[in-house]
Design a protein around this ligand. Structure first.
Ligand code: TXA
Ligand code: MG
Length: 343
């Protein structure tokens, strides 16, 4: 299916009532209700939405992105939505604690599902990933549509997630009918995915809400389930695929260990550094340097990282070197993406 993709701008405002009256939102909601795809901004990255209850609509997401069918989607709901209508049983005390502390916001929770959400959306899993985004434009769109919206990141499968509407356009032009542009996504990395469907809550994907914040605001100290034991099915099935990768080779380097990157001095390389490291390194070796933000402001780095990878991928270079960051706070999510992009 080929579309003439429409990209429309909307002014971000926190006034949801006002947004609900915007033609842009009404038109997007109408498309969603008709089983069509709409790309929209969230606080993490741009999403590619479709009616989560409709097989025919969700199928279009997989086709447009080239996404493997066994990778389940996150279902997005509005703040006024009856969460329980999608669940197998009432949310647990633990679930309510996380919801009260972090919704709406960049946290996805995995519940046992009932049969409203079909197999195609959850890739046959008995669980459903739910998220209540905090971006007012996402909220207004989902509320106006009045339905749960399945939405992966709106990139072509395997490529870095889109943090700007133009990223979506570059990847999905002609493949989708409509993109709503509300400027760059503030957080810049995807939501934290937590499985609360089993005995013990586990982080499946580090993201916009850090484990430190979870501990601070809910008292919970969560383990991570990312590494697979042999023969074990991956818990966040998406984690096994090529992910977040620019076409250009990417390598993580330790800036304090010159041996780890010296060999690239003679190559056509670009080195992505924290502001502090960039200011320290004398550019006598003719390395091309791109700054990603301050080491003391991981939010800034998270906000910039996917845009930097996408921009560098357009330049004619052999390799992108990225400075290794401490895996603390948001650094954990950023490094998780960089490790995948480099493998
Ligand atoms: O911030 C975000 O989460 C963005 C925005 C658009 O909301 N969405 C996003 O979706 O990152 P996606 O499809 O790119 O990543 C969803 C992740 C995948 O790793 C997938 O395997 C996992 O969530 N997931 C979804 N449903 C699951 C389930 N039932 N069980 C385990 N993992 C699940
Ligand atoms: Mg994605």
């Amino acid at each position: 299916m080929s579309y003439q993709t429409k990209l429309v701008k909307i002014k971000k405002t926190n006034n949801i009532k006002k947004l609900l009256n915007e033609e842009t939102i009404k038109f997007g909601a109408e498309l969603l209700r008709k089983g069509e795809l709409v790309a929209f901004p969230t606080e993490t990255v741009y999403g590619l939405g479709a009616d989560a209850r409709r097989e025919d609509a969700v199928k279009k997401i997989f086709e447009a992105k080239g996404r493997p069918q066994d990778n389940p989607l996150i279902v997005h709901i509005s703040i006024d939505y009856n969460l329980e209508s999608l669940l197998y049983s009432r949310p647990s005390t633990l679930a309510m604690k996380l919801i009260d502390s972090f919704w709406p916001g960049p946290m996805t929770l995995i519940f046992k599902k009932n049969n409203i959400i079909p197999d195609i959306t959850t890739a046959g899993h008995a669980t459903v990933a739910l998220r209540m985004p905090s971006h007012p434009v996402a909220q207004a769109l989902i509320m106006a549509a009045g339905i749960p919206i399945a939405a992966p990141s709106a990139n072509s499968s395997g490529y870095p997630s889109p943090t700007r509407a133009i990223h979506v356009y570059n990847d999905l032009n002609k493949r989708i009918p409509y993109i709503i542009d509300a400027g760059s996504s503030q957080v810049g990395v995807e939501s934290t995915v937590i499985d609360i469907s089993g005995e013990e809550p586990l982080i499946l994907r580090p993201g916009g809400i850090t484990r430190e914040e979870i501990k601070k605001r809910s008292g919970l100290e969560l383990d991570t389930k990312i590494k697979l034991n042999e023969g074990e099915a991956p818990l966040a099935p998406g984690m096994k695929y090529r992910h977040y990768s620019p076409d250009t080779k990417l390598k993580i380097i330790d800036i304090n260990d010159k041996d780890s990157y010296q060999e690239y001095y003679h190559k056509n390389a670009v080195i992505v550094l924290t502001d502090e490291s960039a200011n320290k390194i004398l550019n006598e070796d003719n390395l091309k340097i791109v700054k990603m933000g301050s080491i003391y402001n991981m939010k800034q780095i998270a906000h910039n990282i996917f845009d930097i990878l996408r921009r560098l991928d357009k330049v004619d270079i052999d390799i992108i070197l990225v400075e290794k960051l401490p895996e603390k706070g948001l650094g954990e999510a950023i490094m998780n993406r960089l490790h995948k992009a480099s493998s």
